[in-house]
Design a protein around this ligand. Structure first.
Ligand SMILES: *Cc1c(COP(=O)(O)O)cnc(C)c1O
Length: 399
């Protein structure tokens, strides 16, 4: 029985995609299978399973029906045509490390962009380097540098984010794919900041997409999860690796994720419209030096973003007129957003990257990695845009 078709709108897809009409015990909600292992009625049933005559669960680390239900939904949202599979992981980082560890052999080489998620870069530069995997870091959106970095025969993976954090650079996926295909290199996009609501990297020829579902897809700041989505054969190989590495998503988080996804399209439309309104307000404010938001004409990747994306999300980065201390005071004057890492949830969150993610560095070291002291990252939640703007206005007046 089909669930949704590719022509259904995003809200219909969010509610129904990947879900069977036939429900377990007729329950409208998916069941949470809280099981560590699965039984065989007799040895013949075990042999049937071993011989591949029946598809069924075996042991908790190799699969769980609730987790599989979430995977079906995530795959259907990323690829409504139905030609992708998904592997759910206990966090976004787990999705990233499981994927890279499985795809890049010792002696291999991978390329990543300079403003990718900090822990991804640390993984590649420390743990992966120890295993004899080499890497090259190239500036985001510098396609000549990307092409130059490819080592034919050795490079296995190009890893990029889109949009990036915190400057929301948008990769031109057609250029990334063209370079990769020339050298038979696989491509992986961390599209956490976009979500399939705003960007579908697989449609552009990207091999694998990763999301931290902790952010927009879960959407309620109440779970950690990650997913990797792409060609079913690759996903199947990654699933084998996951069974060995052992980092798996628990059924309760998978349930919460599916619950969050019901309102995914509604929330994303709100994040998109509020992000845009807040970015425009900030750009017009005399105490704001610069706003980084791909929906603004002033953003370096605006043209690419308009071409590839449906919306630009709820994260707005901006530089206020101030130093480390006065920027911190501005943040403390805000009444609606909470100060916290993370993004993409219903509650607005705000952070000063210099003090949140780059605290141990000096101002000079931070500048060297492009992190200005007066930079603020605001993740607009689903509150009323007018209230958020009024709040930003009063805090800017105190700068
Ligand atoms: C948060 C985040 C991650 C890591 O995800 P976790 O769920 O926290 O492990 C990876 N990439 C991006 C872009 C993120 O924002």
């Amino acid at each position: 029985m089909p669930d949704t078709t590719p022509d259904h709108g995003p809200s219909t897809a969010a509610v129904h995609a990947g879900e069977p009409r036939q429900r377990v015990e007729h329950s409208i909600t998916p069941a949470i299978f809280q099981a560590a292992t699965y039984t065989f009625v007799d040895t013949a049933a075990l042999i049937d399973f071993q011989e591949g005559r029946v598809a069924r669960e075996e042991y908790g680390r190799y699969g769980n029906p609730t987790v599989r239900a979430a995977e079906a939904k995530l795959a259907a949202l990323e690829s409504p045509q139905g030609d992708a599979a998904a592997l759910l992981c206990p966090s976004g980082m787990s999705a990233i490390t499981t994927t890279i560890l499985s795809m890049v052999p010792s002696g291999g080489h991978l390329i990543l962009t300079d403003d990718c998620y900090r822990r991804t870069r640390q993984f590649v530069q420390t743990l992966l380097a120890r295993l004899g995997v080499e890497h090259t870091v190239v500036p985001a959106c510098d396609y000549a540098a990307l092409a130059d970095a490819v080592r034919p025969g050795q490079t296995r993976l190009i890893l990029s984010e889109s949009p990036t954090n915190p400057y929301l650079r948008v990769a031109d996926l057609s250029q990334v794919v063209a370079i990769a295909r020339q050298h038979r290199v696989k491509t992986l996009i961390d599209a956490t900041f976009a979500t399939p609501h705003n960007l579908r990297p697989l449609d552009h020829g990207i091999d694998l997409v990763i999301h931290s579902c902790t952010k927009y897809m879960g959407g309620h700041n109440d779970l950690l999860a990650g997913v990797v989505i792409g060609n079913p054969e690759i996903i199947s190989a990654l699933r084998q690796s996951q069974g060995i590495l052992g980092g798996i998503c628990d059924p309760h988080s998978a349930y919460l994720l599916m619950r969050g996804l019901k309102t995914f399209a509604l929330r994303m439309d709100r994040h998109n419209s509020t992000g845009m309104a807040v970015a425009r307000f900030l750009e017009s404010h005399p105490r704001v030096v610069r706003v980084h938001y791909p929906g603004l004409e002033s953003h370096p990747d605006h043209a690419v973003a308009i071409d590839q994306m449906r919306g630009f999300g709820g994260v707005v980065s901006f530089e206020v007129e101030g130093d480390l201390e006065s920027t911190a005071r501005f943040i403390d004057s805000l009444r609606i957003p909470y100060i916290a890492p993370s993004l993409g949830g219903v509650e607005s969150l705000v952070e000063q990257p210099a003090l949140m993610s780059f605290y141990e560095l000096t101002s000079e070291q931070r500048l060297a990695v492009g992190m200005r002291d007066n930079l603020v990252r605001l993740s607009c939640g689903i509150e009323d845009a007018e209230d958020l703007i009024a709040d930003l206005k009063q805090a800017l007046e105190q700068l």
